[in-house]
Design a protein around this ligand. Structure first.
Ligand SMILES: Cc1cc2nc3c(=O)[nH]c(=O)nc-3n(C[C@H](O)[C@H](O)[C@H](O)COP(=O)(O)OP(=O)(O)OC[C@H]3O[C@@H](n4cnc5c(N)ncnc54)[C@H](O)[C@@H]3O)c2cc1C
Length: 407
């Protein structure tokens, strides 16, 4: 693999970094900048920032030109996300599902009419999307979806419940995976609807997370009428389309995570130099030095896992099992990293940074880290994939002692 960048790619890097420098919100990154705190504040902030990205044509950097995107190469997308990470620019938040999941799925399986209707409004940020896949009894076992859609003339009538639906209470549209045939094998009876979240009978109920905010919801559907024209692709082919959505969950932005983590690592080292424990800076304290060294080594490992993932995508057009290795390693590493940060912060880590304590800045990341090993496929599920596809272990067999023979 050649890791060097071509002159064109280097020029592209300069173009992006200049744009970011000129367009970051005023004062961003300085101590005076008042970062958004509540979900509502972050929502407002993200809408403005993501609109700015959209107007400059960066929102659709991974989208083909035919659909209004930039149609750039994977390397250029990586460069874009690397520069965003290096500048500590805000990450895509409110438009994540639209740009990364809804757009690519509609491009791959939608009718021409659907593409014309939905794609431009995703790209210009005028409509927000959510992903209605998980249910109380269908998370890891997604094919078990029970929300029912019954065809009645020109409409589907939808009844059921979704859960953990990020942004449902602010979304305009939903990617809804639902059951249209209960008489066949479970993954063969699913369909995929594009549902207007403002329809009568939809009730999102925000769920409070450990951070105290509610970014996701449980969503109840009661006799919701969805026009047949909003069926994606063919009836009962929803499982195939859902897999397209899931394959896009970890886009190229994920490849730049290690840069964001290197920034956090540098902040952690600064904090360790400033914070005193037992009369010495934490950075020199024997109880912390090994944890800091481990954090450093793990960010390095993540860099190489990232390169491996890029190689796999360049060779095969999509991530193979490397995607699961990266997700597992990254999310478990985040948990350990945030534990170290909170241990260094000591009691101050329990506070918010507005309380004026140095440690307060780590609080939110620590609380959020618990979600990382669950969202987008839990660690256990990633381990199953790795054990089956890399280690060749038998599928779905649960070890149990053999019953003793009767004598
Ligand atoms: C922050 C966040 C945002 C989310 N946003 C969305 C969203 O926008 N839309 C959406 O549809 N979903 C969303 N989810 C849901 C997410 O996809 C599910 O939580 C995830 O797939 C796990 O499903 P579950 O919660 O039902 O847990 P379960 O599948 O019930 O799993 C419970 C536990 O059992 C383990 N387990 C399950 N099956 C196996 C197995 N076969 N082998 C070994 N262990 C197993 C799991 O690892 C887990 O530890 C979000 C989740 C989080 C945390």
């Amino acid at each position: 693999m050649d890791l060097a960048f071509s002159p064109e790619e280097t020029a592209f890097r300069h173009e992006i970094s200049a744009w970011i420098r000129d367009n970051l919100p005023a004062g961003w990154g300085t101590p005076e900048f008042k970062e958004p705190k509540t979900f509502e504040e972050r929502l407002e902030f993200s809408r403005a920032w993501e609109k700015r990205l959209a107007e400059a044509g960066w929102a659709g950097i991974s989208w083909p030109k035919d659909y209004g995107g930039r149609g750039t190469t994977l390397m250029d997308q990586i460069i874009f996300h690397e520069e965003m990470a290096a500048a500590r620019a805000p990450q895509i938040f409110i438009n994540f599902v639209g740009i990364n999941l809804a757009g690519p799925t509609i491009m791959a399986h939608g009718s021409e009419q659907q593409k014309k209707r939905y794609l431009p409004k995703i790209l210009d940020m005028s409509e927000v999307w959510c992903q209605g896949f998980s249910e109380p009894n269908a998370g890891s076992d997604l094919a078990n979806v029970q929300t029912k859609a019954v065809l009645d003339g020109d409409n589907f009538i939808v009844n059921g419940q979704k859960i953990w639906t990020s942004f449902a209470h602010v979304a305009d549209w939903c990617l809804l995976l639902c059951r249209t045939d209960s008489s066949v094998a479970k993954h063969k009876g699913l369909s995929y609807l594009l549902v207007d979240m403002h329809s009568a009978g939809i009730e999102p109920r925000p769920l409070k997370q450990i951070t105290g905010e509610a970014e996701f919801d449980e969503v109840f559907f009661t006799d919701v009428r969805v026009p047949r024209a909003q069926l994606l692709g063919e009836m009962n082919m929803g499982w195939t389309y859902a897999n397209t959505t899931l394959a896009n969950e970890r886009g190229p932005a994920f490849l730049a995570h290690q840069i964001r983590f290197r920034n956090s690592l540098n902040d952690l080292f600064d904090s360790a130099k400033r914070t005193m424990r037992d009369g010495v800076p934490v950075a020199e304290h024997p109880a912390f030095r090994d944890r800091l060294a481990r954090a450093y080594a793990e960010v390095e490992i993540m860099r190489y896992i990232g390169y491996r993932l890029v190689t796999s995508i360049l060779r095969n057009g999509r991530p193979g099992v490397e995607g699961s290795i990266a997700k597992l390693y990254w999310s478990e590493m985040v948990r350990r990293f945030q534990e170290t940060s909170i241990a260094i912060a000591g009691l101050g880590g329990m506070l918010d940074d507005e309380d004026g304590f140095d440690g307060g800045k780590w609080n939110r990341g620590f609380s959020m880290s618990f979600a990382q090993t669950i969202a987008a496929g839990s660690s256990e599920i990633q381990k199953n994939i790795i054990s089956e596809r890399v280690l060749g272990m038998p599928r779905g067999e649960v070890w149990a002692p053999k019953p003793k023979e009767k004598v």
